[in-house]
Every structure is written in C-alpha cells, then in structure tokens.
Write a protein that binds this ligand. Sequence first.
Ligand SMILES: NC(=O)c1ccc[n+]([C@@H]2O[C@H](COP(=O)([O-])OP(=O)(O)OC[C@H]3O[C@@H](n4cnc5c(N)ncnc54)[C@H](OP(=O)(O)O)[C@@H]3O)[C@@H](O)[C@H]2O)c1
Length: 270
Amino acid sequence: MTNPHSDKPGVAIVTGASSGIGKVYADRLAARGYDLVLVARREERLRAIAADLRQRYAVNAEVMVADLSRPAGAAAVADRLSSDASVSLLVNNAGFSALKPLTDTPDDVIVDMVGLNVTALTMLSKAALVAFKTRNAGTIVNVGSGAGFAPYPGIPVYGSTKAYVYLFTQSLQGEVGGTSVRVQLVLPGAVISEGWDVAGGADLAPLPENIMMTTEDCVDAALAGLDQGERVTCPSLHDDTILREFEALSGRALQSMFDGKPAARYNVGG
Ligand SMILES: NC(=O)c1ccc[n+]([C@@H]2O[C@H](COP(=O)([O-])OP(=O)(O)OC[C@H]3O[C@@H](n4cnc5c(N)ncnc54)[C@H](OP(=O)(O)O)[C@@H]3O)[C@@H](O)[C@H]2O)c1
C-alpha cells in the first residue's frame, strides 16, 4: 500500500467521494497520510470536503469532477491512473441503485447504472492494474454489495451489477498473483447513506434500524480487513464461514460443468 519511492503512502483516488461511504474513505485515508483525488459529479461538495481534509490532516486533496457513467468521465480518471506514478490506491466506490422492477426502470437509468457500476469500475480497475503491475505496488479496492450474492426483489439491475463486481474483482485477484499488487473486494450490507434516497427508498417503508450500518463502521471495518490482508471483506457478515462455503460451492458448480455428456435427467442420447 506504500509508494516504494517515498515514506508517504502516495495518492489515493476515491470515486464517489462526495457523500456516503466514499466520503468516509476519503477521511480515513487522509488520516493515514494519503494525498487524495476526490472524484464525483457534485463539484461544490467535493471542494468543501477537500478543503476540510487539507485543513484537518495537512494532506493534498484535489477535486476531479467527472460523470463516471459516461465514457469521457471514466477515461479522464483512467488517464490520471495511467500517467501519475504517485497514485498507489484506487477506491472504486461510486455506484447507485434504483429500487424498481425492471419493467419500471427507465432505459437511461439502466444505461447509467451499468455505465457506472460496471463499465467505469472495469475501466478504472484496468488502468490501475496496468500501472500498479508495472511498479509492482499499489492497491485496488472495489466496492460491491451483499446484493450481488443472490437475487433480491426490486433491484434487478443493481444486484446484477454488483454480482459482476463480485466475479470481476475476484478475477483481478487472479491476475495479481505473484505480485505485490493488492486487490480487495468490499461487500457492504445495508449502510445508512444518501444512496437509499437516490435509489428511491423514500417511497418505501424505512428499513429496520438494527440492520443498517453507519458509513463510518463500514469503512473502518473495510480498512481493518485490508490491513488484515483479506481478499473479500464483508463488514456485516459475522459468520464468515458462510462466505467460504459460498465460494467453495460456486467453484464446485463451475468445475462440475466441464462434462461433454448431457446430464442423465435429460434422457438425451443413448
Ligand atoms: N448504502 C448501502 O446500503 C450500500 C450497500 C452496499 C453497497 N453500497 C455501495 O457503496 C457505494 C457507495 O454508495 P453510498 O451508499 O455511499 O451512496 P451515496 O452516498 O449515494 O454515494 C454515491 C457516490 O457516488 C457518486 N456518483 C454517483 N453517480 C456518479 C457518476 N455518474 N459519476 C461519478 N460519481 C457518481 C456520488 O456523487 P455525485 O452524485 O456527486 O456524483 C456519491 O459520491 C456504491 O457503490 C454502492 O453501490 C452501498
């Protein structure tokens, strides 16, 4: 997690730093001495957060206004990852949801959600991976969701984008094997943030308080998991044997598919 040419940890790029989980990541990373590039669309908020971090932690905090659901926005951040050797950490956190069945989800919302949650995260991961592997140093943190584990009513597109983040990030972990580059997958459960309003949660009954985690607890647990060397961090999953069993079973399902003969229950062939 450190820049090999300096005692300082380097620059962290945090996407979705204008609110919620990303804003807390920015705070905690500044506290650890990282200089920051804060990415989101709401410039005024980013500027206020950057000024606050500079003042409280004596780090550099820069604002990068980009709409990551658009190719040009993602390309601008990818360029920074490719061209700035002081970048040592990428937190791919920006994402949004819509609490709607597919038939009620407007086409432009689907395009934006896949563009942000899937395409931008993929392009930024690629740019970081190329740069970090060249330097044999650096960390990528991808924020998925427990919603990617299994279908959940009302979030068909969101849950599926997070299922993508789950598989994609674990594939990246395969690509950094034997190097010093780290890739962490963070899977929050339900976290109190503006994301619920963005998703349209105000139209629904509030979720029970006891299932909701604060953004602070979520990020502190995620960073503790990173420090402990976890590949996959689920801040609210108390029994982590569930995760290991899930991984083992899905791996077994994949391996079991490699058979040229139709299964006997289909009564195909002789
Ligand atoms: N809250 C939860 O319960 C929960 C659970 C599991 C996973 N997560 C994941 O955690 C991540 C952060 O969510 P959050 O709960 O902290 O929500 P949030 O408070 O709404 O934060 C989302 C962030 O993403 C940015 N963003 C949204 N659209 C963007 C775009 N097109 N281009 C650039 N930035 C964009 C927003 O900034 P601007 O609007 O200023 O662009 C904001 O900074 C997401 O990936 C989410 O899926 C959240």
